[in-house]
Write a protein that binds this ligand. Structure first.
Ligand SMILES: [Zn+2]
Length: 124
């Protein structure tokens, strides 16, 4: 359980509500989209699960600047290693693919970067 939980438990401390469903920390998730943000200050990669139903907004007008963007999420993100606050704006197309992003205080990271970090922590 230990290694698995560390690898796939981005929301440590938060109860996991779904029983069997879900692709934690990435992959296909019917009701949510995962994005990863890297803290500019300490380099921590933070995994964010964005619920399509209430976190992803549909009125892109005046917000999104990327072609094809129809949804967006604006969120304040803080990692666990430092107090750097990141302001995140991610733009999605109709298939919830990321088509653009703007992160103040950090940058968008990949799932691979997140998993590599989790792996490193599990080994440490
Ligand atoms: Zn940080």
């Amino acid at each position: 359980m230990g290694l698995f939980a560390r690898l796939f438990g981005p929301a440590a401390g938060q109860p996991v509500k779904s029983k069997t469903s879900g692709a934690p920390a990435g992959g296909s998730d019917r009701n949510a989209v995962w994005v990863y943000v890297k803290c500019r200050k300490c380099g921590e990669v933070v995994a964010l699960r964005l619920r399509k139903t209430d976190e992803i907004q549909r009125d892109c007008d005046g917000v999104c600047s990327s072609p094809g963007a129809v949804f967006f999420v604006r969120k304040e993100v803080m990692g666990t290693r430092c107090f750097n606050r990141m302001d995140l704006l991610v733009e999605f197309d109709a298939n919830y693919r990321v088509v653009g992003s703007k992160v103040t205080g950090g940058e968008l990271a990949s799932r691979e970067e997140y998993l590599a970090q989790a792996e490193g922590e599990a080994r440490a």
